[in-house]
Ligand binder design. Structure first.
Ligand SMILES: Cc1cc2nc3c(=O)[nH]c(=O)nc-3n(C[C@H](O)[C@H](O)[C@H](O)COP(=O)(O)OP(=O)(O)OC[C@H]3O[C@@H](n4cnc5c(N)ncnc54)[C@H](O)[C@@H]3O)c2cc1C
Length: 482
């Protein structure tokens, strides 16, 4: 040990880095945790998951208030939103979670926390705030930042990203969102529900382009019905600042040039790995704009240096960063050669209704050349969904040629919660007969999981072959009604 100051050093105190720090320190490894921001928690806590989901809830409450008449209540006369109060609530929630992600807590667990901008000076050492620190293992968990596209005029025009969005002083009257991915779409609906006039510009021919088109189109229809405007297959040609407004010129899918105006521009077209300033080139780490290259044990080309979370560009989710962190703890601390397996990775886009997934969707199955069959069930046949006033959405189950589930997509109320049953089913290799025969409480949204599996099983149970067998053995007399 004398050779190194620390057993493990972690650069980045976000979702991935904190997982490694907590695991390693509690297992007795001398742990150094470094973050450049002066606070722990990363993008998820400060500029991502937490403020966005808090904002989504606030906007949902307002949306339900607008629908008071539908629920048989007197119509509500809604005053305009004071966005400072919305930000206050979001900061309150962040403050509560921040305690869990605090320097004090990590110090209690046994990790040394340092703030500053580290630079690798060799494969085992960094320079930080004028001092050198060495460690036997290093973990790079520095996350990602919004990609800024090279659009003519953007460098001279004010715009915002997720870094500024959740601390705006006022609700924008109008907003043009560059990008129809999960961040752009979640925010489009939330701001539209709060009263902003929202336009989304998307280059691919569908929003949420990694999702199956039928599901993404359903989400788009809901947002359109709530007043969000979309330009699909559109390219942004230029942007200019007009003072109180910005003008964005786009080329539409039909090739027509259209000038759009809005008070605020939100850039949400993708993410870039935070690799700058670490001197990775100096120590020969293999990386490109998308991220640091890793193997399935999260090791870089230097086997004692790991890269996890958004910075490796694989799966940009908090739970993926946490999972990858657990792989590092297994490999670097327990010395168990554990590999990451993303076959049953779940994810969710928190629109209303939510769109949750686990495993493969149809687009992924086709790309992988997999044979599959699709089984569906609609939320409008789920009793609880109807009582909640939710009629949009469906569950889609993909089975492979051996009739095993390879993927589930759920578009519906609380889909992100509903997919958790499939996390257990798919990871635990639970048989459909067990899922279908298990008692689910009535009326619950979760019954849709049992129902879709039942749709498949009923083709086996209520088959002509079974009917013939029962008739033969037990002399059943057949249909009683024509
Ligand atoms: C608006 C938005 C909403 C999102 N919603 C969800 C969601 O609902 N669910 C979900 O799963 N994911 C969501 N994400 C994605 C999620 O935030 C990220 O996948 C997750 O934060 C990645 O964790 P990480 O540890 O890789 O990076 P981060 O959590 O960002 O942590 C990186 C840390 O490294 C630090 N750092 C950066 N550079 C350096 C450096 N040079 N030296 C030292 N420290 C450095 C940063 O200060 C930061 O603390 C959302 C993202 C955004 C932007």
């Amino acid at each position: 040990m004398a050779k190194y100051d620390f057993d493990i050093g972690i650069l980045g105190g976000g979702s991935g880095g904190l997982t490694v720090a907590a695991g390693a320190a509690q297992l007795g490894a001398k742990t150094l945790l470094v973050d450049k921001e002066g606070k722990l928690g990363g993008d998820c806590l400060h500029y991502g998951c937490v403020p966005s989901k808090t904002l989504i809830m606030t906007s949902r409450v307002r949306h339900i208030m607008k629908r008071a008449g539908y629920f048989g209540l007197p119509e509500v006369d809604l005053s305009p939103v004071d966005f400072r109060n919305v930000v206050k609530r979001s900061q309150h929630v962040i403050g509560i979670i921040q305690k869990h992600d605090s320097e004090e807590r990590f110090c209690k667990l046994g990790a040394k926390v340092e703030f500053g901008e580290p630079t690798f000076i060799d494969e085992y050492s960094i320079r930080l705030n004028g001092k050198n620190y060495s460690a036997k293992y290093w973990v790079i968990a520095t996350g990602s930042s919004p990609s800024i596209p090279p659009i003519k005029g953007l460098d001279k025009t004010p715009f915002i990203t997720n870094r500024e969005l959740f601390s705006l002083k006022e609700l924008p009257k109008s907003m043009i969102i560059f990008g129809g991915g999960p961040i752009g779409i979640e925010m489009a609906q939330a701001f539209a529900r709060l009263g902003t006039e929202v336009t989304v510009i998307q280059r691919p021919e569908q929003i949420l382009h990694k999702e199956d088109k039928d599901m993404a189109d359903m989400v788009m229809n809901v947002l359109s019905s709530e007043g969000v405007s979309f330009y699909l297959k559109a390219s942004i040609e230029s942007i200019q600042d007009l003072g109180s407004e910005r003008e964005v010129v786009i080329r539409t899918a039909e090739g027509v040039m259209v000038a759009l105006r809005a008070e605020t521009i939100l850039v949400a077209i993708g993410r870039e790995a935070n690799v700058g300033g670490l001197a990775l080139e100096q120590i020969g780490i293999d990386f490109d704009k998308k991220g640091i290259k890793v193997d399935d044990r999260m090791r870089t080309n230097h086997e004692h240096i790991y890269a996890i979370g958004d910075v490796n560009g694989k799966y940009l989710f908090t739970h993926a960063a946490g999972y990858e962190g657990s792989i590092v703890v297994s490999n670097a601390i327990f010395h168990l050669p554990r590999k990451a397996d993303f076959t049953n990775l779940p994810w969710c886009t928190y629109t209303d209704p939510e769109l949750a997934n686990i495993g493969m969707n149809e687009a992924m199955a086709k790309a992988a050349g997999r044979e599959y069959s699709v089984w569906t069930e609609e939320f409008r046949t789920n009793d609880r969904s109807l009582t909640e006033g939710e009629e949009v959405g469906k569950i889609k189950m993909l089975l492979d040629e051996k009739e095993k589930p390879i993927g589930i997509q759920i578009l519906g109320p609380h889909a992100g919660e509903l997919v958790n049953e499939w996390v257990a089913v798919m990871n635990g290799k639970v048989k459909f007969s067990s899922l279908v025969s298990a008692i689910h409480p009535y009326p619950t949204l979760g019954e849709i999981n049992k129902k879709v599996a039942g749709n498949f099983l009923s083709t086996k149970i209520f088959s002509d072959k079974v009917k013939k067998g029962l008739k033969f053995f037990f002399n059943l007399k057949g249909r009683a009604c024509g």
